[in-house]
Design a protein around this ligand. Structure first.
Ligand SMILES: [Zn+2]
Length: 236
């Protein structure tokens, strides 16, 4: 199962990053029959609320809601994510293992430094994955597209995906992360996530949709020009 070929592989620094940015897009592609997986780089052990164990349960629950083919966790250090050869190797190995055509990473600017580090690391790993002399024991693979999703901060939006029909699934996936979005423990502390975060995500997705008269959309950025085969064709 862990070596399963994926169409789409999404990386996040912490479980819940991918859901915040693109749970609707995930649900849409899964219902279209694509194999989608998430790889969380850390166990979020530095989170102000929730424990590693209950965050793992929440992540597994969200994976079921989204019907992911696979969800893995690399166990890299939370707040210790840096562009090091070892971290790039671990992520490259994960990409080669699943050979996805499309990879998603967090947008390159965000108030959380681990999201920025994750973005950079995945970009390096996507590049290295195609080099046949880099880690030559595993076959090199070429990822067709690398897209960036938004977590805390909105940035350059090159593409939007209409997720209006999948929005309730996104809300169910986010609701799995009770330890983050609600103060459920006695010693829970207020964080940006506990103060109306899900409502803000919904407002953001509604505003992103408004630009194209769509009820709810998720936005993405890309560093490579998007290829149009035929203007006026919905087949990109
Ligand atoms: Zn995060």
């Amino acid at each position: 199962m862990a070596d399963q070929k994926l169409d789409i592989l999404i990386f996040g620094a912490h479980a819940d990053d991918a859901e915040i940015g693109m749970a609707g897009t995930i649900a849409k592609h899964v219902s279209a029959g694509l194999a989608v997986g998430i790889c969380d780089l850390t166990q979020a052990e530095m989170s102000s609320n929730g424990t590693v164990d209950n965050r793992m349960q929440e992540a597994n629950h969200a994976a079921k809601v989204l019907d992911l083919t696979v969800r893995t966790n690399l166990g890299l250090p939370d707040r210790g994510l840096f562009v090091t050869p070892e971290h790039v190797e671990r992520i490259t190995a994960e990409i080669r293992k699943h050979a996805p055509s499309i990879v998603f990473a967090p947008y390159w600017e965000d108030r959380h430094p681990d999201h920025v580090a994750c973005s950079r690391l995945v970009e390096e790993a996507v590049f290295n994955a195609k080099l046949r002399r880099y880690m030559p024991d595993t076959p090199s693979i070429k990822v067709d597209e690398l897209y960036f999703y938004f977590i805390n901060d909105l940035g350059q939006t090159d593409l939007v995906v209409d997720v209006s029909e999948q929005y309730s699934v996104k809300e169910q996936a986010l609701a799995c992360y009770r330890s983050q979005f609600q103060k459920i423990e006695q010693d829970a502390v207020a964080t940006p996530l506990t103060e109306g975060y899900i409502e803000r995500v919904r407002a953001r997705d509604s505003l992103l949709g408004a630009r194209r008269l769509i009820p709810y959309a998720e936005g993405f950025a890309t560093k490579s020009p998007y290829v149009v085969h035929l203007f006026g064709s919905s087949q990109a």
